[in-house]
Design a protein around this ligand. Structure first.
Ligand SMILES: Cc1cc2nc3c(=O)[nH]c(=O)nc-3n(C[C@H](O)[C@H](O)[C@H](O)COP(=O)(O)O)c2cc1C
Ligand SMILES: CCCCCCCCCCC(=O)C(=O)O
Length: 424
């Protein structure tokens, strides 16, 4: 299978290195970093909002929030890659609303509570974690850093949190599993070729992954116009190599390679029967990712899943799907405590995590923020992003008078719906 249009990556200088005997991978990496460095340097002009964010002095002058990491990532990455990571489907309404909807929820702090000790720890599927923030599955981390998912996985492990590894990892799953000791989940799609999905599950099981996250919001790929315009190409996807082939010729119709890959391999007939099938081939707990309605949440519980993840795929699938935080409460009510409910999409602050907990989430997943950290500063950046969010959550809990996640309740937030109902 040919995953990368190498011509789009290589310069004449790269061809010289290749002729001198460097492996293709080594050339791609050095070329990638060279371009990142040039683009970084060229961004250090007087218009920069924080000129002090200089790669040479960065260790002493770190970004202070996710948005600053996003700025750095934008400067560090080739446009095509930044657009792929940052972008969403069609009008990107859901993408924007994922973030904006958090901004419309107000906090109701309680005062005069002794908050000298804050415990953010929680338990997910039997695993203790120090905070309810885990890493969402996102593919192709080598777009952000040559160490790819190995770096992300080490960052997550350093924070003692769970990383969900995407099917589309640009590092081999074996390499990620061997990179450090950690609790890891594996994200899966159902392919037309069920044997490929089954092989991926068996691999994850044998490498000690603790759960399968089945993504169900992608029977077909959303229309990501930036990727189509950029004719987005991907680094090799080693975990699929040898398992299936697809025709990656873009032809005259344009489009992105991911679009072509998805239309050839993903199964649009995906249904509840496949959840049953997946249960029949694995004893690992299954979390369903991509549920945004009470109806589907009830079905998921009936189907015997171990958890439900409220997600609209970071606004990359169905545009005008509800913002994730707005769908959370309806799902939590429908699930009625039968299984844990997680949420992802738009979390950029500890206060966002706090709001999700108050509306009933057991834990949250973050996608792009970790990618930004990885793009800006590699493993250290990804780790710093998780640490910052943890610190922000701790602060939000203290200022709201909550000493543990159990003390974060529905009474600590005021939603748009609450304000509307108060007017009636
Ligand atoms: C670059 C990128 C790649 C992604 N790849 C996957 C994937 O392989 N599988 C999946 O289930 N979700 C994938 N997602 C969706 C994320 O798991 C998650 O739902 C989303 O990023 C959450 O929104 P946030 O980025 O605002 O945190 C991807 C998202 C991004 C931004
Ligand atoms: C064309 C080769 C396929 C390589 C896949 C890597 C990226 C996977 C991430 C897909 C996804 O869910 C997304 O939202 O993007």
């Amino acid at each position: 299978m040919k995953f990368v249009d190498h011509d789009l990556y290589l310069t004449s200088e790269d061809f010289t290195k290749r002729r001198a005997g460097l492996t293709l991978e080594a050339v791609l990496h050095s070329s990638f970093w060279h371009r990142c460095y040039l683009s970084f340097l060229s961004s250090l002009d007087s218009r920069s909002p924080r000129p002090s964010l200089d790669p040479r002095g960065m260790e002493h002058n770190l970004p202070v929030n996710v948005r600053e990491y996003q700025e750095l990532a934008k400067k560090a990455l080739p446009k095509m890659h930044y657009d792929y990571i940052n972008g969403g489907a069609e009008d990107e309404y859901t993408l924007r609303e994922n973030i904006a909807a958090y901004g419309r929820i107000m906090l109701r702090p309680r005062v005069l509570v002794d908050v000298s000790k804050i415990d953010m720890s929680t338990n997910l599927l039997g695993y203790d974690i120090p905070s309810p923030i885990i890493v969402a599955p996102t593919g192709a981390h080598k777009l952000a850093n040559p160490e790819g998912e190995v770096a992300t996985s080490r960052a997550a492990a350093a924070c003692n949190t769970i990383m969900v590894l995407s099917f589309g990892s640009s590092c081999k799953i074996q390499e990620v599993a061997a990179s450090c000791d950690a609790i890891r989940f594996f994200q899966l799609y159902i392919y037309k070729r069920r044997d490929v999905s089954a092989t991926l599950v068996r691999r994850a099981e044998s490498l000690g992954f603790k759960a399968i996250v089945l993504t169900v919001d992608t029977p077909v790929l959303g229309r990501r116009e930036a990727d189509i315009r950029n004719k987005m190409v991907f680094p090799p996807s080693p975990n699929l190599e040898g398992l299936m082939s697809f025709n990656d010729d873009l032809g005259t119709g344009g489009g992105s390679k991911l679009e072509r890959f998805a239309s050839e391999t993903l199964d649009p007939s995906l249904s509840w029967k496949d959840v049953e099938w997946l249960k029949s081939i694995t004893s690992l707990p299954i979390l369903l990712k991509g549920v945004v309605t009470a109806e589907d949440a009830r079905k998921a519980v009936e189907a015997g899943v171990a958890g439900v993840i409220v997600s609209n795929h970071g606004g990359r699938q169905l545009d005008y799907a509800p913002p994730a935080i707005a769908a959370l409460e309806e799902v939590v009510k429908a699930v009625a405590g039968a299984v844990p409910v997680l949420v992802d999409g738009g979390i950029r602050r500890g206060t966002d995590v706090f709001k999700a907990l108050a509306l009933g989430a057991k834990a949250v997943m973050v996608g792009r923020p970790v990618f930004y950290g990885l793009a800006a500063r590699g493993e250290a950046g990804a780790k710093h992003v998780i640490e910052m969010l943890n610190k922000e959550l701790e602060l939000a809990m203290a200022l709201c008078g909550c000493r543990s996640v159990a003390e974060v309740t529905r009474r600590h937030v005021l939603t748009e719906g609450d304000r509307f109902r108060a007017l009636l």
